[in-house]
Structure formats: C-alpha cells, structure tokens
Design a protein around this ligand. Structure first.
Ligand code: HAM
Length: 434
C-alpha cells in the first residue's frame, strides 16, 4: 500500500453533512446583511505582506509570529491573509471607493494564522465580516452590532454576551498609555515575560494577558474608561443608548483591547461560555485611520468579523441545527433497461422541479439492497422500476416514511403523482419560472 497523504495540521475538511450547516449559517448571514444594504465583496487570499504589517501592526502576535509568509517565484514577499479588514480596505482604495461616499461591504472566506490548533482555533479558519465605511458616528457600530444580534436570533443562539469598550481618541490613549506603563513598571517583577516585553512595544496589549499574576496586577490598574475625553466618552454613551433602545444587553469591559493595532475608539466582542477557551465568536470595532494610513483618502470605518467554525459549533451546542435536507425520493431500478429508463426519468424530473431532491441508485443490487440504501439516505419515497413495471410502462411509487402505501403509476403520470405527494416541489416550480 502506498503511504497515506496527510492533511496539514490545523487545516480542516468540511464534509457534506457539516457543509449543509455552514451553508445555512452563510445564507442567513448574507440575508441579514443584504437586508441592511451590505454588498458582498470577494477578496484574494494572498496579499503583499506589507499590507498586513502596516495595518494590523508589526508588534502584534498576528504579524510577529502567525502569518504564512513566503516569497513567490518573482521574489515578492506575500502572505496568506490572516483577516479580512486589511484586504477590504486595500480593495476599496484600489477601486476608488473612498471618495466621500458611504459603503457597506461584507465578505466571507478562509483566513490563515499559524496558531496552536485546539477546539475552535485552527490554522485555516473562516470568517464572515462586515465593514461600514464613511460614517464617523456611533450609528455605524450600533447598526453593525444590531445586525450581529439579529444573526444570533435567526440562528436560535442565546448563550452569547456582548462587551464593548472605547480606546479613546489618540490623545486619550496616549494619556492612558502613560498612566498604564507607569503603573505596570511599578509592578514589573510580577508580570509574565510576554507582558514585560510588551511594556516596551505595545503596553495596551498587556490588558489581554491570560497569565494569572499579570491579571492580578491588572485588577488594580488604571482603566481606560476613566481617561476618555468628551468626544470618545460621548460616542460610547450614544452607542450604548442605541443598544439599550434595541434591548441588546451588554457590559462595558475597560480591559477589552483587541489584538490588532488599527482600532481607534470603539471595540467590541461577542463571547460565549459554551466553547471553552476559544470563546470569542465575533469581534470588531472602529478603525478611522486605516484607510488614510494605507494611502487612501481619510475615511472613517467600523466593522466586525465572526469565526464561522465557532459559530457553527455554537449553533450545534445550542441544538439549533438545521438538519441537512433529506432527499424526497430515491430511484430504484432492476436490470440494464430499467436502469437506463430510470436515469432518463430522474434527469427529466430534476429538470422540471428544481426543488426536488432525487437520488438515483448507483451500482444495481437487489430490490431489498436498494430499498435499504433508500432508507439509509432518509428518502421519503422510493420510485421503483422492476422488470414488470418496465414492461407495463409504469413506475411504482412507495412511501418510506408512513403507511402511504405503494401505487403503480404510468410513466407519464409520474410528475402528477410526485406533485400530489410532495406539494413543496410545485411551489418552487412556479417561483423558478416566474
Ligand atoms: P479577530 O478578533 O482577529 O478580528 O478575528 C475575528 C474572529 O475570528 C474571532 O472573534 C474568532 O471568532 C475568529 N478567529 C480568529 N482566529 C481564529 C482561529 N485561529 N481559528 C478560528 N477562529 C478564529 C479580526 O479579524 C478583525 N478583522 C475583525 C474586524 C472587522 N474588525 C473590524 N472589522
């Protein structure tokens, strides 16, 4: 036997049962976002490494140690995208979208980070992201958060909590950074190694530390919410008022900072207790300087991205799984002539009813064996052409779910019989032909 080819660690296959759930999540997200005027943008998975270094920040974990970066055959330094916002902004600049107009965009697709794989954390994972460009006011974040809340409702998710914070204006942040560094320097001996290093490079990220002693030190640290000036404070209050008007429960978490450097002002995160350590399902915030920083015309912006794997796990945990649709019918045929006829009829029926889910038996077998396969597939009906039916120009239609019995119908009468037994396939015929 040849050696088995193994997949790459942290890169997953999504098999048909599971992909049906994914499709459902993506369809609902697309509907919720489309309803509010967000248009889908499809973006490349490879970009210049410098795009991510300049946007996410050179001293972030993502850029420092998690990107898949390589030189291509021409010596260009490229990275697989670790997230979608940078590419979305790059595309907006490339296509001249940032000319003062407002744009609401969303995207979905694989992202790549070389993290240690565990439940809910993968090296290739997927995001659905939404970005609103051109609106400086808190109505942008309020709408973005409201859309995510609607998505949870439509998916039947309840165990999910929202935390919001503000990183303040540039000046607020500088004042806070000074106060935080001065406090942490006084307790430097209790900090973990990573946090000690961050004191020099990116002190706000220390607030995110999971190390126990660092967390203890942090519990008495200055809080950014006490440093917010009039503008940032007012922005956060108005955002909160709008969330309250929609009865979207939330807490203010002054330690919420997020691991990407482009945020300015609002940050937020939806977490759940259901998934263990990887509890962040959807995260985002405002990034008013990024478009200009990447060479575009200054354009305020805000957005979020959700982890599709985590959302699908959460939908499963909440037991709200849309079950993969069972086939309506399973076509059984005995003998070569009957198989040919069944093949043609199956294709004609699929042509006629685009909502009909019809599986054709492959590989022959006895009536009993084929019926067993029909049962296993979960089909409602078996359509059977044996020698007798073929000679009589008939198809036997047998219910597999109740005592609906078995009728032999003429081949020409098969569509009418299916319409009688499966009225749902007819509704879509008219919708499709309209
Ligand atoms: P992020 O927090 O890095 O933000 O990622 C967003 C979401 O992606 C996380 O909340 C999590 O659900 C999921 N995620 C991240 N890493 C992994 C992983 N290794 N495996 C599985 N899921 C993961 C961003 O990416 C920003 N671009 C969000 C944003 C959009 N901010 C403004 N607009």
């Amino acid at each position: 036997m040849n050696e088995v080819v193994r997949p790459i660690r942290g890169f997953n296959d999504i098999l048909p049962d599971e992909s049906a759930r994914w499709r459902r999540v993506e369809e609902i997200a697309s509907a919720v976002l489309g309803q509010a005027g967000y248009g889908e943008i499809r973006l490349p998975v490879l970009e210049q490494t410098s795009l991510f270094a300049r946007s996410i920040g050179t001293s972030t974990d993502i850029v420092e140690k998690e990107m898949y970066t390589f030189e291509d055959r021409n010596g260009a330094l490229l990275s697989l995208r670790p997230e979608g916002t940078a590419g979305c902004v790059r595309a907006g600049i490339t296509h001249g979208l940032f000319n003062g107009a407002q744009h609401r965009l969303w995207y979905r697709g694989p992202m790549f980070r070389h993290e240690r794989p565990q439940k809910g954390r993968y090296r290739q994972f997927h995001q659905i992201g939404a970005e609103a460009f051109g609106t400086p006011g808190p109505e942008a974040e309020a709408e973005l958060i409201a859309l995510s809340a609607r998505l949870w409702r439509r998916l039947g998710i309840k165990r999910i909590n929202l935390a919001v914070n503000s990183l303040g204006s540039f000046e607020d942040r500088e004042r806070y950074r000074e106060a935080l560094v001065s406090y942490l320097q006084r307790h430097a001996e209790a900090l973990d190694a990573d946090s000690k290093r961050r004191l020099q490079t990116n002190p706000l990220r220390i607030l995110d530390s999971k190390a126990e002693r660092t967390r203890e030190v942090l519990s008495h640290a200055p809080r950014i919410t006490d440093f917010l000036g009039h503008d940032a404070g007012g922005h956060l209050s108005e955002l909160r008022a709008r969330l309250e008007a929609l009865q979207i429960d939330h807490t203010v978490d002054p330690f919420l900072v997020r691991g990407l450097d482009y945020y300015t002002g609002t940050v937020f995160e939806w977490t759940t207790e259901v998934l263990g350590a990887q509890d962040a399902v959807c995260s985002g915030g405002r990034y008013d300087n990024l478009v200009a920083h990447l060479g575009g015309r200054a354009t305020p912006a805000a957005g979020w991205a959700l982890g599709t794997e985590r959302l699908v796990l959460l939908v499963e945990a909440e037991d709200r799984l849309p079950s993969p649709a069972a086939p309506h019918a399973y076509f059984i045929a005995m003998g070569t002539e009957a198989e040919r006829l069944a093949f043609v009829l199956a294709e004609q029926l699929r042509d006629r009813y685009c909502a009909l889910r019809l599986i054709l038996n492959f590989g022959g077998g006895s009536l009993k064996a084929q019926l067993r396969r029909a049962d296993k597939a979960g089909a409602h009906l078996a359509l059977i052409i044996g020698e007798a039916e073929r000679k009589a120009g008939q198809v036997a239609v047998k219910s597999l779910v109740d005592d609906g019995g078995q009728d032999a119908v003429a081949v020409e009468a098969l569509p009418a019989e299916l319409e009688r037994r499966l009225p749902e396939i007819v509704a879509t015929v008219s919708a499709a032909t309209l």
